[in-house]
Write a protein that binds this ligand. Sequence first.
Ligand SMILES: [Fe+2]
Ligand SMILES: [Fe+2]
Length: 272
Amino acid sequence: MRIYTLVENTAKSQPFGSAHGLSFYIEANGRKLLFDMGPDGLFLENAGKLGVHPEEADLAVLSHGHNDHGGGLPLFLEINRKAKVYARKEAFEKHYSGAGKQYRDISLPEGMDTDRFIFTDMVQKIGENLTVFSNVTDQRLVPDSNRVLMKVRGDSMCRDDFRHEQSLIIEENGKLVLIAGCAHRGILNIQERAEQITGRPVDAVVSGFHLCIPRTGEPVAESFICELAGLLKKTKAVYYTCHCTGLAAYEVLKREMGDRIAYLAAGSVLEL
Ligand SMILES: [Fe+2]
Ligand SMILES: [Fe+2]
């Protein structure tokens, strides 16, 4: 399996561009898939520099309804005329970030061709050795940085419950890889659900861990990060993180987890 990081908050080197957001281009089992599209057209620019072609992707998966992951979706639908996009129906509801009366709209772009979308179930096989799931209910170490994320209920705002979030399990050559977006529901809970669904331990996890408030970069408490690192180390997986983990939190994770964790910047190519 090969995972190209097309969009991430940092870039590996020149000439790759960076932006707050996430997009991975994945080759596995002879198929090509796009997991998230970042905030804009950067996924396509960096793909060109890496020599891969989202235009030819067989399918796409949208992790959740935030525009740093799906802002590039209209462009993807334009350049790729065949791939279906697997998303939660709730991803297309309105989402906001902020506090008090200062809210920023972080919803997906409107007016897209809904014929191209497949709205996924709680657990759904979307291809050979590909499963998406969203039925994550445990509340272990859910990051406090979610507190600024809202959705609309009736006429008012309420805390987002992340029903719009889904993650992907890929199996190739007997290896299980879990791919998630921001892991708003907590990476431990998502991994645990993936292991319940497959009945096996996950070998590798690729995901943002949402350990900072993206706009300010403020990390969650160091004690929280250390507790998370301690539990992640007890699993059998190797972790590749990025994006909303934040660099400050990543440094703590790296100190605590050593070679069990690595960072993926735009332009990285990961072989698993
Ligand atoms: Fe998010
Ligand atoms: Fe994000």
